[in-house]
Design a protein around this ligand. Sequence first.
Ligand SMILES: *[C@@H]1O[C@H](CO)[C@@H](O)[C@H](O)[C@H]1NC(C)=O
Ligand SMILES: *[C@@H]1O[C@H](CO)[C@@H](O)[C@H](O)[C@H]1NC(C)=O
Ligand SMILES: *[C@@H]1O[C@H](CO)[C@@H](O)[C@H](O)[C@H]1NC(C)=O
Ligand SMILES: *[C@@H]1O[C@H](CO)[C@@H](O)[C@H](O)[C@H]1NC(C)=O
Ligand SMILES: *[C@@H]1O[C@H](CO)[C@@H](O)[C@H](O)[C@H]1NC(C)=O
Length: 442
Amino acid sequence: MTSPWVVFLLALSAATSALDNGLMRTPPMGWLAWERFRCDIDCENDPKNCISENLFRDMADRLAEDGWRELGYVYINIDDCWASKQRDSQGRLQPDPQRFPGGIAKLARYVHDRGLKLGIYGDLGTFTCMGYPGTTLDRIDTDAQTFAEWGIDMLKLDGCYSNATVQEQGYPLMSKALNATGRPIGYSCSWPAYQGGLPPKVNYTQLGQICNLWRNYGDIQDSWDSVLNIVDWFSTNQDVLQPAAGPGRWNDPDMLIIGDFGLSLDQSRAQMALWAIMAAPLFMSNDLRTLSSEARVILQNKAVISINQDQMGIQGRCLLKEKSGIEVFWRPLSNSASALVFFSRRTDMPYRYTTSLGKLNCTAGTYMVYDVFLEKLLPELNDSKDFTVSINPTGVVMWYLWPLPAPQEVRERGGVYPDFRRKYRVSSRKGQPGGLGSPFVL
Ligand SMILES: *[C@@H]1O[C@H](CO)[C@@H](O)[C@H](O)[C@H]1NC(C)=O
Ligand SMILES: *[C@@H]1O[C@H](CO)[C@@H](O)[C@H](O)[C@H]1NC(C)=O
Ligand SMILES: *[C@@H]1O[C@H](CO)[C@@H](O)[C@H](O)[C@H]1NC(C)=O
Ligand SMILES: *[C@@H]1O[C@H](CO)[C@@H](O)[C@H](O)[C@H]1NC(C)=O
Ligand SMILES: *[C@@H]1O[C@H](CO)[C@@H](O)[C@H](O)[C@H]1NC(C)=O
């Protein structure tokens, strides 16, 4: 590797250890109610879309039956507005009796029976953001215990109606309380988002030790502007954010809105590609019952999922921003592979961008290149050879690439170079991605 990549990788080896609950060694994937269904509690007039056990059962059915679960989308997560406005006689949270008549434990069994995991929402403060009972410091143990007894697998702990002092005490306390229940519960902390997302107010070393994932920045909305705004904030601050991520501890740029109303197909591919580069949790917030086949194809793309789920868990970076409005993102992957995203901010027409792997500071050599959204292998590429990609306005071209063994190495193995290459492409030896046209075995 040439020097900048080496420096980058060395910097990563100094990264800290993660919360010791054994969970989320790769970014969690699933479905989360908030962006698409918000706080719709009008089950009388809008029974199909209101926050109720029916909605979560419907989505669990879809995750289990439409091929999502096998791809890793296993969490089904409740957000705000599930609770009754009153705690029960013993001070415990309870679900709204009209909308969740079966109770959360029963819903958890339904979800577990389908090979899925159930997430729930709480708020470290006097109220949740929508005004339901919050978890004040004195309630932390009780609420953790309640969630564990119900069979909850993940908690998103929001931060409305609290302050920096309460958050500094409460987020670590909840981490301890969840651990004390003995049930492995993934822990998503909204803490940094309430403290501006950056040091010195945010200590990412500490977050990695107490939370599995954390929201750094504002809520996503159903629009391209919102996606761009998030991507820009993450790349502007990547020197701080990128080293914070690793197995068991992830930055969370918020939900995937692919399949909703705000993104074109190119923008949908762009969100998917950039979330994969960022090693982001992949929580869809859409209506899986009515999802278009185009959105499904993007969300179920095995190559982009396997890039997101790479075992090394190194978050990628924006490598460069060209004056032309083209940006290049890169993420290092296992087995010397990489993902590259060529992203166009242009709004005129497909832009023909010419560069070479060498100009992107790639190690000298010859590479196999798989186009993630075209789903095909491209001609192999020498690092010094210029290539041109055509990038649609507000769209991406995404590549998965890995180095071919140098001819010398091939000779040492007793192979003849061209024959070996043919063999290489269809083989899947340990330590080398393989398989013609499909290096992505999930
Ligand atoms: C609790 O923490 C200990 C020590 O860090 C760890 O070994 C254990 O697996 C954790 N248990 C749960 C349920 O998270
Ligand atoms: C933060 O909130 C707590 C609990 O509501 C309150 O007791 C405390 O005074 C607040 N601190 C500040 C600095 O506002
Ligand atoms: C951040 O947290 C870590 C781990 O808890 C701690 O060792 C370190 O001193 C903290 N850093 C700052 C600047 O407070
Ligand atoms: C490649 O490395 C050179 C020399 O260190 C540096 O100036 C340039 O910015 C790097 N380019 C990219 C795309 O990282
Ligand atoms: C890449 O191309 C350059 C120039 O054509 C050539 O000198 C070099 O040997 C090639 N490298 C490989 C690894 O094939």
